[in-house]
Design a protein around this ligand. Structure first.
Ligand code: SF4
Ligand code: SF4
Length: 382
């Protein structure tokens, strides 16, 4: 049954929640033509935008939860419609006005973030356990760099290697850095993009307070989602910090000869652009330059790359939801990499890593290829 709320109210709520550019849409349909969902099933994002303009949204439709916030459609829209803001607003109407059911997986993950400060429901006091046996000091006023690993490398066993490799490199380069550990929480990107604005604001305020009280000026992040949130969204809440992604920082260290490679990595590697590094923040060259600086490594491009790169499917809270076999973008991407004869699929995002590691288990010959973060590859070669 369609869950409709009065049309003027829908339009007002969407506009108030950031859907102002809705008015600009002239229904050309380019967004639908470019949305990756149409590679695996039909999904009309143009239709969704049109329904929102008319105030006739079917809030029970599962289509509302499909958008992975990959930014492909936004980049192509000739009218500059911020389609992700519209989807975020529609989700917010459901989450905060209760007009329809929120998918169970999203509801549970948002609750975990709200209660424990991370989507994995791990204890806050264990947030720095990944660094227990490493040479890592707590961040104190005057430390040059804060390393913020993201919830996944902090807690998820399959991803801790990203944080541990980062620390290995920072120590090798004698960087003055520290971590906030139990004082930090999830950046809040995925809860915000899945409609939980209230939880997001609480997380943003808490992190901004922790950064400010501890005298943080420069933050190194492993996740493009943390990067985008700290750099482009926290300033709206009074948080202004210099943010640098690991691939940008690694390139700095390579160029300044602060790390030297001691080993060859004779492997054929493909790099999958993460949406929040590439299309959201135009960082395409740095990860490639870092990979190409590793002796012996052969970098091969996937069929679609840089601005055209296919999303892994995990953004916008999709990482928490079940996606049917045959509809997973990450499976398609892994198959492309295997087809190219790549031995390693390199990522620069913990969300991509989680998605691709799942694909390794389901895609034919999935285990024939390794999934590694750029940071891990650099660490292996120094
Ligand atoms: S591409 Fe932009 S203008 Fe065209 S239908 Fe989509 S939102 Fe509207
Ligand atoms: S942001 Fe990506 S997934 Fe979402 S509607 Fe646009 S193209 Fe589709």
């Amino acid at each position: 049954m369609m869950a409709l709320i009065p049309s003027k109210e829908v339009v007002d709520v969407v506009l108030e929640a950031g859907g102002e550019p809705l008015k600009l849409c002239y229904q050309c349909g380019l967004c639908t033509a470019t949305c990756p969902w149409n590679l695996v099933r039909s999904f009309s994002i143009r239709g969704m935008v049109h329904q929102s303009q008319l105030g006739l949204v079917d809030f029970e439709s599962e289509d509302i939860w499909l958008c992975a916030t990959c930014n492909t459609c936004v980049k192509r829209c000739p009218r500059g419609v911020e389609i992700i803001d519209i989807m975020r607003a529609l989700r917010k109407v459901i989450v905060e006005m209760g007009v329809a059911k929120v998918p169970d997986a999203l509801r549970l993950s948002a609750k975990n973030v709200s209660v424990t400060g991370n989507p994995l429901a791990e204890l806050q006091e264990k947030r720095a356990d990944w660094a227990k046996d490493l040479d890592v000091k707590p961040f104190i006023e005057g430390t040059e760099l804060l390393y913020f690993p993201c919830c996944y490398p902090a807690y998820e066993p399959k991803e801790k290697g990203i944080a541990r490799a980062t620390v290995g490199i920072l120590n090798e380069a004698r960087v003055d850095f520290g971590i906030l550990g139990v004082k930090e929480s999830c950046c809040g990107d995925l809860v915000r993009k899945s409609g939980n604005e209230t939880i997001f604001r609480r997380l943003a305020e808490s992190n901004i307070k922790a950064f400010t009280e501890n005298g943080v000026k420069r933050i190194l992040v492993s996740s493009p989602h943390c990067y985008n949130t700290f750099k482009n969204e926290y300033p709206d809440f009074g948080g202004n910090f210099e943010v640098i992604h690991s691939t940008q920082y690694l390139l700095e260290l390579v160029k300044e000869h602060r790390i030297e490679f001691a080993k060859e990595l004779n492997k054929r590697v493909v790099y999958s652009d993460p949406c929040y590094l590439g299309r959201h923040n135009d960082i395409y060259d740095e990860p490639r330059e870092v990979l190409q600086s590793i002796p012996g490594l052969e970098l091969v491009e996937l069929p679609d790359f840089r601005e055209e790169a296919l999303c892994c499917g995990g953004g916008g809270g999709r990482i928490w939801m079940e996606t049917k076999k045959g509809e997973r973008f990450c499976d398609l991407r892994l198959e492309q990499a295997i087809e190219l004869g790549a031995e390693v699929l390199a990522v620069a995002c913990p969300i991509c890593m989680c998605m691709f590691k799942d694909s390794q288990l389901t895609v034919d010959k999935g285990e024939s290829i390794e999934v590694k973060d750029v940071t891990e590859l650099v660490h292996e070669a120094i």
